[in-house]
Design a binder for this molecule. Structure first.
Ligand SMILES: Cc1ncc(COP(=O)(O)O)c(C=O)c1O
Length: 372
């Protein structure tokens, strides 16, 4: 590389924040695991959009899908693909279910991620709001929200703002009775809840063990410690993918079954590598540690006189402050990057693996001073 190019890169990168330096509290991403970085580098040139050229990479995608599918109780006959993240997974799920059913309405809880608004706009789908009760989707109101034109219902396992889990069990029951597909957006919670359950810290069920769940979105580039862009969409039935198949004469495989054309094989290799490297026990330890930090943060914040918007179910806290945008701006002057949730009057702290207790101590001290 020319020295001046290297220098330009260095200067630009120096302007960025880094998860390694720690003061990022409002992101669902984190420092990727070294195994993911190594695999990503090795597979950088590979393209899953043309798997005839890269059968080895495709095999790694299949293995990653199999492993995550197994952890999420996916039945035999399921089918999954890597995506670029939660947005693409959610969009693809709605694309598949509107095509499969020929219907044009989607029931979405009011706190769902904005990717559903993008999907609705792009596909001219009508969003029917499912109201909240006690801050999660009100399953009792689901039936009255369904119409003969409902293509699918969305439930969220790990909400973006507060990390809460919708009553997926009740939603699954109703969707099964009404023969409506249920898509679970577990972009964040999909790699948290299974381990919390195994630690005895939650009893929430949200995945394919519930018979009404048709699809699950889970993001390895969030709590999976993989590289960006790593998402995954799992469908209860592999054959449903056929709904979005198109002929692609210019690729060696002649057809594609994905929203993206060229797809980063490096992300699949990285996800496979970190799933293998950490395994169930490794992730369980990551989640145990993140929850311990979350509980510590909750205690410190409350002791400092702030209220939480909800008891944290996952490793995410909403801290109530007056004028959250102003508070976030003042924190930003001290190099803290927090999320803002103006609707709930909160700043939002995600206790990702790079967030340690000492960091929480420094943060709470600065939070006190900027709100004094
Ligand atoms: C619940 C949920 N779903 C979907 C997404 C979108 O994920 P991405 O930004 O990877 O597209 C997010 C992102 O924060 C999320 O929290």
């Amino acid at each position: 590389m020319k020295p001046q190019v290297r220098e330009a890169l260095r200067r630009s990168r120096a302007r960025d924040f880094s998860f390694a330096q720690g003061r990022i509290l409002g992101s669902m991403c984190t420092l990727p695991h070294p195994a993911a970085v190594e695999a990503f580098t090795q597979f950088m040139e590979t393209n899953l959009g043309d798997p005839e050229l890269f059968p080895g990479t495709q095999e790694l995608e299949c293995k990653a899908v199999e492993r995550l599918g197994h952890w999420l109780h996916a039945p035999a006959g399921m089918g999954g693909r890597m995506t670029s993240g939660g947005t693409e997974s959610n969009l693809t799920a709605l694309w598949i279910f509107t095509s499969l059913t020929g219907k044009r309405e989607v029931v979405v809880p009011q706190h769902a991620h904005f990717s559903f608004a993008k999907a609705a706009s792009l596909m001219q789908v009508k969003i029917k709001d499912l109201p909240l009760r006690n801050q999660v989707a009100d399953a009792r109101r689901l039936q009255q929200t369904l119409t003969p034109d409902t293509a699918c219902v969305v439930g969220v396992a790990g909400t973006t703002n507060l990390g809460l889990v919708d009553p997926i069990e009740e939603m699954s029951e109703m969707c099964r009775e009404e023969h409506v597909p249920l898509h679970v957006d577990a972009a964040f919670g999909g790699l948290v809840i299974p381990f919390l359950r195994s630690l005895g810290k939650t009893e929430r069920r949200f995945d394919f063990e519930l018979p009404g769940v048709s699809s699950v979105a889970v993001d390895p580039h969030k709590m999976g410690l993989s590289v960006i862009p790593s998402g995954m969409l799992l469908l209860r039935e592999e054959r449903w993918w056929e709904e979005i198949a198109v002929a692609s004469a210019c690729t060696h495989t002649q057809r594609q079954v994905s929203l993206l054309g060229t797809r980063p094989g490096g992300a699949a290799a990285a996800t496979y590598a970190v799933l293998e490297e950490l395994g169930w026990e490794g992730y369980r330890e990551v989640v145990r540690s993140c929850m311990e930090t979350t509980e510590y943060a909750a205690r410190m914040v409350e002791e400092a006189g702030f209220s939480l918007a909800a008891r944290p179910e996952l490793n995410l806290l909403g801290v109530q402050v007056t004028h959250p945008q102003e508070v976030a701006a003042r924190l930003s002057e001290k190099n803290w990057k927090v999320g803002v949730d103006p609707a709930r009057g909160c700043i939002r702290i995600v206790c990702m693996p790079h967030v340690k207790k000492t960091l929480i101590d420094d943060f709470v001290s600065d939070l006190r001073s900027v709100t004094a």
